[in-house]
Structures are given as C-alpha cells and as structure tokens.
Design a protein around this ligand. Structure first.
Ligand code: SDX
Length: 431
C-alpha cells in the first residue's frame, strides 16, 4: 500500500490527515483509525455500504464494469476453461495448480468426503420437513464438536485439514439432508467420481438402481459452483470473518456463514425467485408484480434483482442465463421451460422500466440459477444449499486469510447511541 492522505478540517478548525491506502485496482481506502483517538468521533455507515472491512487478495469485483476476478483471473475465463476443484485450489492457495498439485489436491478432497458415522445420527433428530439450510448449519456446526480438540487455528496444518474437510464434506452433508427430506437412505460418497458427479450420485442414486451421471447436469452444476465460489466481503463471508475473528472454532464460523446466507436478501434469494415466478404464474401478471415491486407501501421486491455492488450487470447472471438455455434445450420438453420463458420476459420488461433503470436494478446471480437447479431435479428448498456448496470454499479462503494475518484483531464495531439519557431506577410501587 502507498501512502497519500485526505486532509480534514475538524470542527475546532484544526487540520487532520487521514492516510489513503491504494490497492492493486479498485477504489482507494481512507484509513480512519486515528479519527477516534484524535477527535473522539466514530464514522457511521449502517450496512457498511462505503466501508472496507479488510485488505484482501482473494476476489475483486467492480460494480460499475461488472467485473468479478478470483485471484486476478476473470470469472468468465475460469467458467470457460476451469472446473470447481481447480477453482477451489486457486481460491485457497492463490495460484492455479500444476498438474501434480491439482491431482494431489483432488485426491485429498475425494478421500475426505465421508462423515463420521455418529454425525449421520444428527439427521435422525430432524423432522422430515426440516429446511435443508437449517440442517446444513446444524450439522456443520456439529463438526466443531467432532474436531474440537484437533483444531488449533494457529497451526497451518490444522488450517489445511479444516479447509479440506469443509470442501469435501459439505456435499455429503447436503445430500444427506435431501435424502432425509424424501425418506430415502443416505448414499455414501464414491471416491472414483469427481466433485460434482459424486454430489449428484449422493443426491439422486438409490441402492436399488444403477446410476449414471448426466454429463450436461454435471457440467451445469460445476459451472454454478464456480460462479458461486466467492464474492469478496458479502454478508455471509463477512459473518465468517467476524465469527472467526474471536478465535472461535472455524467449523462454527462456517455454520454462522451458512445461517447468514439463508436470508432472502442474500443467498436465500434463489429460492425466493422460484417462489416469486410461481406466484406470478403467467406473463400476463408481470405488470402487476412490477407495480408491486415499485410500490413503497408494498414490501414485495423483485427477487433476483438488484445488488449492493453491481449497478450495471452481474457477470454471473449473464453466464448462468446462457447455461440455463443450454440445460433446458438439452432436456427436451422440460417442464421448467415455461418458467424460464416467464423469467426471460420478466427480465425484458423490468430492464425497460424507468424505476429499475433509475435504481440500477439488474438480474443478479440468483435470478436464473434456480431455474437450472429445478431443471436438474433439485427441489426449491435445496437451492440455497447449492449456493452454500459453492460459497464454502470462499468462506474458508477468507477465514484463512483473516486468521493468518499477523495484525488480525477481533472484529468489534462501535455505534451511535440514540437511547435514553442516564436516569434513576424507579421502584415498582412508584411506576
Ligand atoms: C446475493 O453481496 C453480495 O455479493 C451478495 C451476492 C454474493 O454473491 O454473495 O452477490 C449474492 O445476495 C445477491 C442478491 C440477492 N438478493 C436478492 O435478489 C433480493 C432482492 N434484492 C434486494 O433485496 C436488494 O437489491 C439487495 C439486498 C440485493 C441490495 O440491497 P441494497 O444494496 O441495500 O439496496 P437497497 O435495498 O437500499 O435498494 C436501493 C433502492 C431502494 O429504493 P429506495 O429506498 O432508494 O427508494 O432500490 C430498491 C430499494 O427499494 N430495490 C428494489 C429491489 N432491490 C432494491 N426494488 C424492487 N425490487 C428489488 N429487487
């Protein structure tokens, strides 16, 4: 970082210099550290709209230009040339692997996919209709019980084992949650299959039948995992960083990230998009719902539209829309086609609408992903779980970056207090 400075004239007329730090690309940051010590004031930024919480070299996004890069590689190039396991290596280690590094990493992941048999008992405690995100968060949280004594966050080897276990075991846990919800037996991982094929067989195979993975399904899912893998300091990743900053067991920090992702304003939006499209039902109803989305008195929002950072387009939505076309064309008379056509028409009309243009509201990563999941036979309740499977490697990468930072501190923001001024206790008989 190079030093420049913002010069501030304080209310009592003094000049205060605030250093500026420059990154590789993107906006500079103004270091406000000395503001409180010098002036006794805090900055105020609810929702952290204009606040940089850390320095990171993992992912870069540019909201105006619709840029998303993992470790400097444009996501479009990774989507075209890479696969999810290679992207996991890249995000975790910072560089693309050599052939031998990739083989070693892939083997490590394949040989960590099984769960401790005792962990499977957790699933028996859930009601059949428990939401899979609740099950995912609970079972991942239970990993902090299984690996409590063997997880020293200051031990690089333990940090590697943690990373491998999360990447490798989340698909097994996710598939087990799905099997519970449909009353089918859990399917064990098969280490001879790659990451995505293995997940699909744990989801859709049954002991009574042979199962062959559909290559189009595997390709589509692998692409979706790549596109969801990381996204700088989004809500769930910031949650993982904050929970981990106290030195908490990293598995519990990931469980906290899963819970944050579940919200409909974040990763829960993909499930909400499908419920919204089902509610709209027909192209003839689109205008009515666009009016609801624009009505300040109506809490309805167009799910899958808008983004805190992307104000022109979400590069992931562009790629996913094309893949949705390919999947639906490859699965003839797929009963999701009308849904896809409704989504295309909704996008077309919203993008022409002054309200959406003025507020820079475009389809985001969640708008089309659910249509692909549905076309692949994945139930709506599992959509956010799919998001979590992709994002898990991003969460782990950011946790490792945070915990191995020699200047790492516990995250502890301050506030603007607007409550009651000091007052004396009033005895009960006098109230
Ligand atoms: C993800 O951060 C990330 O990177 C997230 C993510 C990732 O990879 O981790 O990209 C994944 O979470 C994508 C976003 C998924 N969420 C949705 O699709 C839910 C619908 N979208 C909105 O809830 C909203 O757009 C957010 C939450 C995504 C962004 O909210 P902001 O940045 O806080 O913006 P805002 O709520 O202040 O909205 C600005 C204006 C408001 O109007 P005014 O108060 O200025 O009059 O735009 C309006 C909002 O009412 N608006 C919408 C809208 N989104 C924003 N109006 C109708 N429909 C919408 N979808």
């Amino acid at each position: 970082m190079t030093e420049e400075a913002y010069r501030l004239i304080t209310p009592d007329g003094h000049e205060l210099e605030l250093p500026v730090h420059k990154g590789t690309t993107g906006p500079d940051v103004v270091d406000i550290g000395r503001l409180y010590n010098n002036q006794g004031v805090f900055t105020y930024d609810p929702g952290f709209i204009a606040t940089g919480s850390c320095a990171s070299d993992i992912t870069f996004i540019d909201g105006e230009k619709g840029i998303l890069m993992y470790r400097g590689y444009p996501v479009e190039q990774l989507a075209e040339h890479s696969n999810f396991i290679e992207v996991c290596y890249l995000l975790l280690n910072g560089e693309l692997p050599t052939a031998s590094e990739l083989e070693e990493f892939d083997t490590t992941i394949r040989t960590h996919t099984m769960l401790n048999e005792g962990m499977l008992n957790f699933f028996k405690g859930f009601r059949y209709n428990a939401h899979p995100m609740a099950m995912l968060s609970a079972v991942v949280g239970s990993m902090s019980a299984y690996y409590h004594d063997t997880t020293d966050v200051h031990n690089p080897e333990h940090r590697d084992i943690f990373a491998h276990r999360i990447v490798a075991k989340l698909p097994t846990i996710a598939a087990a949650a799905y099997k519970l919800s449909i009353g089918q037996p859990f399917m064990y991982p098969k280490n001879g299959l790659n990451y995505t094929e293995n997940f699909l067989q744990m989801m859709f195979s049954v002991p009574a039948e042979r199962y062959e993975t559909d290559p189009i399904q595997a390709e589509a899912l692998d692409l979706l995992f790549i596109l969801h893998a990381d996204h700088e300091q989004n809500c769930s990743t910031s949650t993982v960083r904050m929970a981990g900053s106290s030195g908490a067991n990293p598995y519990s920090a990931i469980a906290a990230g899963i819970s944050a992702l579940w919200g409909p304003a974040h990763g829960g939006a993909n499930e909400a998009v499908l419920r919204m499209l089902d509610e709209i039902g027909d192209v003839s109803q689109i205008d009515k719902y666009l009016a609801k989305a624009k009505d300040k008195d109506d809490p309805f929002r167009l799910m899958g539209f808008g983004h805190r950072v992307y104000k022109n387009f979400d590069p992931r939505a562009t790629i996913i829309r094309e893949m949705a076309h390919k999947v639906l064309n490859s699965l003839p008379n797929n009963n999701e086609t009308p849904l896809f056509e409704l989504a295309l028409k909704l996008e077309e009309l919203a993008l022409k609408d002054d309200y959406f243009i003025e507020k820079n509201l475009y389809p985001n990563v969640d708008f089309y992903s659910g249509i692909i999941y549905k076309a692949l036979g994945i139930p709506t309740s599992m959509f956010t779980v799919m998001f979590a499977l992709g994002r898990s490697v991003g969460w782990v990468s950011h946790w490792r970056e945070m915990i191995s930072d020699p200047n790492q501190k516990i995250a502890r923001p301050r506030q603007l207090y607007v409550g009651a001024a000091e007052r004396d206790y009033v005895p009960l008989e006098k109230r």
